[in-house]
Design a binder for this molecule. Structure first.
Ligand SMILES: Cc1ncc(C[n+]2csc(CCOP(=O)(O)OP(=O)(O)O)c2C)c(N)n1
Ligand SMILES: [Mg+2]
Length: 316
């Protein structure tokens, strides 16, 4: 079922805010303000079609890319940017950098090794099942990450135990600068789903309403106790692997994908349907930019952790 017009506008606004965050984060990296880097999700905002459907008490685990996980869940952009800058006001008190967990919004963080977050999804989903809850876990991963043993083991366990997980593979065709056919023999990651005993579906990841439709089915299935699904979103990242990385991909490829920009496509569709006007779209853009400017100011003006803070948050 298509989301109602108001829901479509909300979804569009989330995507624009996510993009504005990415642009602000990229600018901070370029200005030398970030001690590490940022792995941009510009071009992959179609993934928001899954995240926007989660309830506040649901959970999300993610690999490493994109702001949509956080913006879609309601995280505070100021605290996110503060974390990126290593500031004390960040979600992990400046100790995570771009490895961010926002437990208030059910974002369980990620692992330094790709695919390390997949077993985390299983742990939470098992806890939900033991407690007879009806929450779900969405777990995002890249097509490169699909080849980690942890990812395979977790997908198998989720299917065997009928856990409430929705696996969302963002297939952007590359692991760093390496094209997918060099590390995966099948064209579609979702083709692996029947091998685990769960449904799998491939879709145009830049068509956010197609993503929304498929995610609605997968989330309902998980919530009803009928087990996991695997969604594969075919997409493209419009930025280099990381904001400090060299992009070795063919620039003609990126130019071709520009016409597939998920936000542009959704905007055109909303304009044609009369759900959005040019003036309203401009207002959404301006509000998002102003919000992220304020977030950046907050992050830049926030204090660094004190030396003694190094001894806090430790397991001993
Ligand atoms: C076990 C492990 N190997 C390598 C890395 C370095 N690494 C970080 S992200 C990444 C690429 C992952 O590609 P993909 O899953 O397709 O995600 P994308 O970056 O394309 O979004 C790699 C190799 C890592 N963090 N952990
Ligand atoms: Mg990839």
């Amino acid at each position: 079922m298509e989301p109602m017009p108001e829901e479509q506008l909300e979804l569009y606004t989330l995507m624009v805010r996510s993009r504005a965050f990415e642009e602000r984060a990229g600018a901070l990296v370029a200005a030398g303000e970030v001690p590490g880097s940022w792995l941009s999700g510009i071009g992959q905002e179609g993934t928001m079609g899954t995240i926007c459907q989660l309830r506040p008490d649901d959970y999300l685990t993610y690999t490493h890319r994109g702001a949509y996980s956080f913006i879609g869940r309601g995280s505070d952009p100021g605290r996110l940017l503060a974390e990126l800058l290593g500031k004390r006001t960040g979600y992990c008190r400046g100790k995570g950098g771009r490895h961010i967990a926002d437990l208030e919004h059910g974002i369980l963080g990620k692992s330094g090794t790709i695919g390390g977050h997949a077993p985390l999804a299983i742990g939470v989903a098992t806890a939900i099942q033991i407690r007879d809850g009806d929450q779900v876990v969405v777990s995002l991963f890249g097509e490169g990450t699909s080849n980690r043993g942890t990812t395979h083991a977790a997908m198998n366990a989720a299917a065997v135990w009928r856990l409430p997980v929705v696996w969302v593979c963002e297939n952007n065709g590359y692991m760093g600068n390496v094209p997918a056919p060099m590390y995966t023999a099948v064209a579609d990651i979702a083709a692996m789903a029947p091998g685990y005993g769960m449904p799998g579906e491939v879709m145009d990841g830049n068509d956010v309403l197609a993503v929304h439709r498929a995610a609605a089915v997968a989330i309902a299935r998980a919530r009803a106790g009928n087990g996991p699904s695997l969604l594969e979103l075919k997409t493209y990242r419009m930025r280099p692997f990381g904001e400090t990385s060299t992009d070795l991909r063919d620039p003609r490829e990126a130019a071709a994908w520009l016409g597939q920009d998920p936000i542009e496509r959704f905007r055109r569709r909303l304009l044609e349907a009369g759900v959005l006007t040019d003036a309203a779209a401009q207002a959404v853009d301006e509000a998002a930019r102003a919000e992220m400017d304020a977030a950046a100011t907050y992050a830049l003006e926030s204090p660094l952790p004190a030396a003694a803070d190094a001894f806090e948050d430790l397991y001993a």
